[in-house]
Write a protein that binds this ligand. Structure first.
Ligand code: C5P
Length: 229
């Protein structure tokens, strides 16, 4: 099995991002760059980080930009990102069927487009305030159906939701953050699971940030997590 670990490189510093990626590259399956990095450096910064890995073959890129706008605008954004050839690209499922389908149609065929259902930072009270009375689990399952119906490849969900959604969507790609090796610092993540348990529950991609990036030796931390799988 290919290495499912995508290291979350959450920094606005290009040199730091390049050094981190070069260090962990032999031990991870891909690199996730998100809004913090992209808003600072754009596509040129992404290319600079991905080109500095020191590996014979470049790792896959996960662009976590969580796009959410009208279909025409999202499609245009996806086309603008196409030269970066992301392996995985995120949009918000709440954008609705037409927006999701437009994103899929605009993306390169090799790019897996996955939709964020309910942000893990929202609780049931937040959803109620936004007019969603059924709670996060029901809303995530509902948005997973919308996502699948629009032809996307999968969703982003918490490790605690993955088994239920995968049962309803066996060939979906489930991208799972909130992953913590046993005994490591949980930080601001509330619903965590170990990498091996998240994989066993059905995760296809494990998004792991601080347990690697905040370790005294990020390469050793990534190698240890990979060995635990
Ligand atoms: O450092 P940590 O392992 O918590 O990093 C998790 C990564 O996954 C961060 O880049 C965060 O933005 C992202 N993420 C998340 N929860 C989501 C979606 C993405 O933690 N629902």
């Amino acid at each position: 099995m290919a290495n499912p670990i995508f290291v979350a490189v959450d920094t606005p510093d290009i040199a730091a991002a390049r050094a981190l990626v070069a260090a962990v590259a032999p031990h991870v399956g891909g690199v996730k760059l998100g809004l913090e990095f992209f808003c600072a450096h754009g596509a040129a910064g992404v290319a600079a980080v991905m080109d500095g890995q020191g590996l014979p073959q470049k790792l896959p890129l996960f662009l976590d930009l969580k796009l959410h706008d009208i279909p025409n605008t999202v499609a245009g954004a996806v086309r603008s990102l196409a030269p970066l050839a992301p392996a995985i690209l995120t949009v918000h499922a709440a954008g609705g069927h037409a927006m999701l389908a437009a994103a899929r149609a605009a993306a390169p065929s090799a790019t897996r487009v996955v939709a964020v259902t309910v942000l893990t930072s929202l609780d049931d009270a937040d959803l109620l305030a936004a007019g969603v009375p059924d709670g996060a689990a029901v809303q995530a399952a509902r948005l997973a159906q919308v996502t699948r119906g629009a032809g996307l490849d999968g969703i982003v969900c918490s490790p605690h939701e993955v088994a239920a959604v995968k049962a309803a969507w066996p060939d979906g790609l489930f991208v799972v953050p909130g992953v913590r090796p046993a005994g490591s610092d949980v930080g601001d993540q509330k619903r965590v699971m170990t990498p091996a348990a998240a994989l066993a529950a059905g995760a296809g991609v494990l998004v792991i940030g601080r347990p690697i990036t905040g370790a005294p030796d990020p390469a050793a931390a990534a190698a240890a997590i990979a060995a635990s799988l």
